[in-house]
Design a protein around this ligand. Structure first.
Ligand code: EPU
Length: 336
């Protein structure tokens, strides 16, 4: 186990923020992880794929870069297979592995940046599917006792871009592996998300396979979301806000075309991208950073923006949305 000093994190966060970690260690096994924790660092940052964080300053801590690898089938039944995936596996490479084996359940989550071990923390989701739909359990190490604990789906308390690991157990556990249940035959495909249906139709696909769905999702994502390897970004910067029906009715009087999804009898979800576009920010460029021109929910680093620049822009957007619509936008990205 080697602890390195003053390591640049530029290539390890998808915003491409050029910040330095005081100490840095690559974790390749649970043993490495326990050894690192046994050094009793005063401050730590757990880094997976770096796809959901905005680094606004140098990291005055020991960065644990989780790079534990491995995918294995742990059980088989007539129509399902359970697969255990180590935390450091890249999410999309895992999805591609599933497609190669013809295992269904995660194809709608194609091309999401990040790693498998961080995916449960925010219950990643896209195109009508969330991680929780195929999640069975995960193993995580308690940073204090250094003991491994198994979390069932119920224990994780998944919500919209949320879980117990973002709430009451924040910072307490490090996920080391995740078990998924996938279909091995008779896949149940989910195509009811509008953009997928339209894309399949465009491709002339009537009875889509899981590969067809993945191809459609990849094409939609590529048309809207910038590739972080080309343009620094962290996907959706904000969550889609959920507001009361009564508030929605008031906003609708002024903005009759406001898109919305009914969440419950009492609440409605509004696409934050629409709010930001309507407030006039879509495609706006402020020197080396700005708002993506094809999806207003995505903030981008055009080159050498700092985390503080992007944080400032996010605050400016939040203030505008609050003034225009009376809605508070909550960031989805972790700001550090
Ligand atoms: N819209 C606009 N202008 C924009 C963007 C969106 O008006 O610039 C409106 C349109 O009405 C559109 C609606 O918003 O129909 C929904 O847009 P989209 O399908 O792109 O989805 P989203 O709600 O903006 C969410 C997730 C994405 C995920 C997509 C597809 C959140 C915060 N974001 O975005 O997740 O890919 O749905 O399922 O829930 C991510 O979390 O990083 C992410 C990219």
């Amino acid at each position: 186990m080697v602890i390195k000093n003053n390591i640049s994190l530029k290539d390890l966060n998808t915003f491409g923020m050029s910040v330095v970690a005081r100490e840095f260690i690559t974790i390749e096994s649970k043993k490495d992880l326990i050894a690192a924790l046994n050094t009793n660092p005063s401050n730590m940052l757990i880094l997976g794929g770096g796809s959901n964080m905005l680094l606004t300053k140098d990291v005055d801590a020991l960065v644990l870069h989780i790079n534990i690898k491995g995918i294995k089938v742990v059980s088989n039944s007539e129509n399902n297979v359970r697969v255990e995936v180590a935390a450091g596996e890249n999410w999309h490479e895992f999805v591609s592995w599933c497609l190669d084996k013809n295992y269904g359940g995660v194809e709608n989550l194609s091309l999401i940046p990040g790693n498998v071990g961080t995916a449960p923390i925010q219950n990643i989701g896209a195109y009508g599917v969330e991680l929780k739909d195929s999640f069975v359990s995960c193993q995580a190490l308690d940073v204090d006792t250094k003991e491994l604990r198994t979390f069932t789906k119920k224990d994780c308390n998944f919500g919209y871009r949320n879980s117990v690991f973002k709430e009451e157990l924040k910072g307490q556990y490090i996920i080391t592996s995740v078990i998924f249940e996938l279909s091995s035959h008779q896949h149940i495909t989910k195509t009811n998300y509008g953009a997928i249906e339209a894309e399949l139709k465009k491709n002339g696909v009537v009875n889509p396979t899981i590969q067809d769905i993945s191809t459609a999702v990849i094409s939609i994502r590529n048309s809207k979301l910038p590739n972080p390897k080309v343009l620094g970004n962290s996907g959706s910067f904000f969550k889609n806000p959920v507001i009361a029906h009564s508030k929605f009715e008031i906003i609708k009087e002024q903005f009759p075309d406001i898109p919305h999804y009914i969440v419950s009898d009492a609440t409605v979800k509004i696409p934050a991208g629409w709010l930001i576009e309507t407030a006039g920010f879509k495609g706006k460029k402020f020197g080396s950073y700005g708002v993506h021109d094809k999806q207003a929910l995505v903030l981008v680093n055009y080159g050498n923006a700092s985390g503080k620049d992007l944080l400032q822009l996010s605050i400016q957007i939040q203030e505008a949305i609050l003034i225009i619509f009376g809605i508070h936008l909550e960031s989805e990205v972790n700001i550090l």
